[in-house]
Design a protein around this ligand. Structure first.
Ligand SMILES: [Zn+2]
Length: 228
């Protein structure tokens, strides 16, 4: 990795603020000299946080949470501890699965998938505010995104055309197998993917009432792209 330049920040400022994955691609490609679209989405987040922790003087991240003791606490998470929770992938970044005799190869979300899913999430939000969350337009887009979450994790072509012809039972088996294979390949930071958003699981936080909490914090890539 090299240090980011002023030119990098000028390029970054040209990217729409809601497009965090696109900004991440630009940033990582610049400082790493590689095509981070081909990395796994988890490896990208790890690289982003690693760079941030090693270049910024302050590597604490403040969060507020409602504790089961009844109080709201404000704590600063040491991002070094978050980095320490990194775990490498178990074996190769692919798993073979068989659904009713058909073979598939499952891979983790890539940087390209992360960018595509982010655009879909932005599109869904726009449809929800224009037509309402219960509108057919928003519902259709949400379903398409759920299908794409499967398509992006299976290697090979033609799945997009094949999915509509699958029986519901077959599709459910396929989705279950893809989820299971994805869990087996869990790697990187301690995170959870939910409908186009990624949440970071905090280290255990103990309050003065001795209540231990692990918070789920939305992982905003922009928070970890160092600012000029
Ligand atoms: Zn508490």
């Amino acid at each position: 990795m090299r240090e980011a330049t002023v030119g990098d920040y000028i390029s970054l400022s040209e990217i729409n603020e809601s497009m965090e994955e696109a900004a991440t691609t630009m940033f990582l490609n610049s400082v790493c000299g590689e095509n981070s679209l081909e990395w796994t989405a988890d490896d990208r987040r790890f690289a982003l946080l690693w760079y941030y922790v090693h270049t910024e003087r302050d590597h604490f991240y403040r969060i507020e949470y409602e504790c089961s003791c009844g109080q709201t606490h404000s704590v600063a998470i040491d991002l070094m501890d978050v980095l320490d929770a990194y775990r490498p992938i178990d074996g190769k970044a692919e798993r073979s699965i068989v659904v009713r005799g058909d073979k598939y190869v499952v891979v983790p979300f890539s940087g390209s998938s992360a960018e595509a899913l982010e655009l879909e999430r932005i599109g869904i939000q726009a449809l929800e505010s224009e037509h309402g969350a219960d509108s057919p337009e928003a519902g259709k887009a949400r379903l398409q995104m759920r299908l794409n979450e499967v398509i992006y994790r299976i290697q090979g072509e033609g799945l997009e055309e094949r999915i509509p012809t699958m029986s519901i039972g077959y599709a459910k088996e396929l989705i279950d197998s893809v989820e299971k294979a994805t869990d087996e390949m869990a790697h990187g930071l301690d995170t959870k993917y939910l409908a186009g958003e990624v949440f970071l699981l905090s280290p255990p936080l103990k309050c003065d009432k001795e209540v231990v909490t692990r918070c789920r914090v939305r992982f905003r890539n922009y928070d970890f792209i160092p600012q000029l």
